[in-house]
Design a binder for this molecule. Structure first.
Ligand SMILES: [Zn+2]
Length: 366
């Protein structure tokens, strides 16, 4: 787990040549079309596809979102030369994922999945209130995208959201003290601000959402869609206008006295390493169904490249082959959607990091 924006701080101004071959179309849900450029690494394509499946189900089941406007997901092999820290963006019609950017290459699997969910949040927001609409505060829109992507990764057992909220609040106390969120309410001010606006926005939304169910956010967007002003909507759900909350948040940051949790930095690595490492599976499902997205987690040596194969015990050819890599503390995980090629009965889930594999069996339900 980590914060993609930290990569921004660490990156040199490397540039990448953009090359745009004709995309390969891949069928997805009716509203989502999908284009993966030639040259995109299959592991990166898997992160994007599984992240989208995770995000779409989350928004439909927990936020009550209906995606009826068509949009495209474009997975590019390159990056944006002028923005080496950019992993992905939403432009109102497309989610563009920059798998060739220095930031993407340096990011952990959890950050890549979080990035996809973050951008998917903007698809939802646009479907409700339009693209970068100035009614809802920009800090709130970005803070909600951060909050939901980390809440979801916490739900699947990949990060600890409370740790991240404390981290972002501490970062805000260090770097964004005396910056009221009102100052980054307009999109132009948010995007032009020289500072860690994402940490502050995440901390602010986490403070607003503390103890509230996630569907508070669907009520927020439904009210805006129905013509309520942001001030009225915000007040009815959070008990204060955005301006009043801004003052309260500034005071909260100023009074923050918990130490910066540097342990989060231990997750970062310089890059994945092919090395023989044992793996211990921490969690894997014992029963699965076709089309279900499963999460398998394990512990290996830090930064190890690890594979996951799903096998039919009667066949020698894996039904699914995936790779991932461990973070700086050895945590590794896979998100895998069980394909149609799996027939009912039994499968084995084999994980390995270049050394002795560990295999678990699972029953396939119907
Ligand atoms: Zn965003």
């Amino acid at each position: 787990m980590t914060l993609r924006r930290l990569a921004l701080l660490a990156l040199a101004l490397a540039t990448t040549v953009v090359f745009l071959p004709a995309p390969v179309a891949v069928a997805q849900s009716p509203s989502m079309s999908f284009a993966i450029e030639d040259g995109v690494d299959s592991q990166d394509a898997d992160f994007v596809v599984e992240g989208l499946i995770l995000a779409e189900k989350f928004f439909e089941t927990q936020i009550g979102a209906i995606f009826d406007q068509p949009f495209q997901v474009r997975v590019r092999a390159g990056g944006e030369p002028d923005s080496p820290g950019l992993l992905a963006y939403w432009n109102g019609r497309q989610i563009v994922v920059l798998t060739g950017s220095p930031a993407w290459k340096q990011s952990l699997p959890a950050e890549r999945i979080a990035t996809i969910v973050h951008e998917f949040t903007h698809v939802y927001q646009s479907s409700m209130v339009g693209f970068n609409d100035n009614e809802s505060p920009a800090w709130f829109e970005e803070g909600v995208a951060e909050y939901l992507c980390y809440a979801l990764l916490d739900q699947i057992g990949v990060i600890d959201h409370a740790d991240l909220i404390a981290f972002d609040t501490a970062v805000s106390a260090i770097y964004m003290e005396h910056v009221p969120v009102e100052q980054i309410r307009a999109w132009g001010d948010f995007q032009g601000f020289d500072g860690d606006v994402y940490a502050l926005s995440h901390a602010a939304v986490a403070r607003l959402m503390d103890g509230k169910p996630l569907n508070t956010l669907s009520i927020y967007y439904t009210m805006l869609r129905n013509g309520y002003s942001a001030d009225a909507t915000f007040s009815s759900l959070f008990g204060a206008t955005p301006a009043a909350f801004s003052d309260e948040m500034t005071a909260y940051i100023a009074g923050w006295d918990q130490p910066y949790n540097g342990a989060i930095m231990d997750d970062f690595i310089d890059g994945p390493v092919e090395q023989p490492s044992p793996i211990e599976v921490v969690s894997a499902p014992v029963s699965v169904s076709i089309g279900e997205q499963i999460v398998v987690t394990g512990i290996a040596q830090p930064a190890s490249v690890c594979t996951l194969d799903i096998n039919d015990p009667g066949s020698h050819t894996p039904l699914v082959e995936r790779s991932s890599f461990a973070d700086g503390t050895g945590d590794v995980f896979w998100l895998v959607t069980i394909p149609e090629s799996v027939v009912s009965g039994l499968i084995t889930i084999q994980t390995a990091c270049g050394a002795a594999p560990e295999t678990r069996a699972a029953i396939v339900g119907t």
